[in-house]
Design a binder for this molecule. Structure first.
Ligand SMILES: Cc1cc2nc3c(=O)[nH]c(=O)nc-3n(C[C@H](O)[C@H](O)[C@H](O)COP(=O)(O)O)c2cc1C
Length: 191
């Protein structure tokens, strides 16, 4: 049986090779403090046997939700390939070293934007963001831009991974992998 992480990596690579726009884009679903589900798109920045990594503002609603309830879900859809992957698991904050290393790879203007954005808070208008960007740009001058203390990432450790392949007449193929004590269990699901 193929390891589902390896299978996911293969599918992602095929989406990249197919030239799809934003092949790493995924829906990230969380549960708010009040138990309400929420979902938004993010970019996947890493995937290996440890889990699925994404980066964000740690004061954002999604980060607050995950810090209160680590349960989350990811959903990828590659329309041209007629493939969907659904992942459920628990998210843990990545190490400072890992967040630093990823932040350092970002374009300088994106690094400055990370400092400028109070993600998901309200503002008077777009000019307010532009003013914050200008302030951050002046603050760091031509020096290196460090990672903001309020910016990091999560690694969602998968417990279930489902691979869906579209087939004619709604006879789609679905394979569910569920984590067990010593590996993964594979099951076929009706479409
Ligand atoms: C394709 C796409 C990719 C995105 N990637 C990210 C990302 O990697 N990190 C992030 O914080 N927001 C990303 N966003 C913005 C989020 O969807 C969202 O607007 C923002 O993170 C605030 O979410 P929250 O209020 O639920 O915390 C992306 C949006 C789109 C449409």
């Amino acid at each position: 049986m193929k390891d589902p992480i390896v299978l996911f990596q293969d599918w992602l690579q095929e989406a990249v090779d197919a030239g799809l726009k934003d092949p790493t884009a995924m829906t990230v679903a969380t549960v708010d403090v009040d138990g309400h589900p929420d979902a938004r798109m993010l970019l996947l920045k890493g995937c290996d046997e440890r889990g699925f990594v994404f980066f964000t503002n740690m004061e954002s609603p999604k980060a607050r939700a995950l810090r209160n309830d680590s349960r989350g879900a990811l959903c990828f859809f590659w329309t041209q390939l007629d493939r969907q992957v659904r992942i459920r698991g628990r998210a843990a904050i990545v190490s400072d070293e890992e967040a630093d290393a990823y932040f350092a790879t970002r374009p300088r203007l994106s690094q400055i934007s990370a400092w400028a954005s109070k993600q998901s808070r309200t503002m008077q208008g777009y000019f307010e963001l532009e003013a914050e960007v200008a302030k951050a740009a002046i603050r760091f001058g031509i020096g290196q831009v460090p990672r903001p203390p309020f910016w990091s990432g999560f690694r969602l450790v998968p417990e279930r991974i489902e691979f869906w392949t579209g087939k004619p007449y709604r006879r789609h193929q679905r394979i569910l992998y569920t984590r067990t004590a010593d590996g993964w269990e594979k099951q076929w699901l009706y479409p």
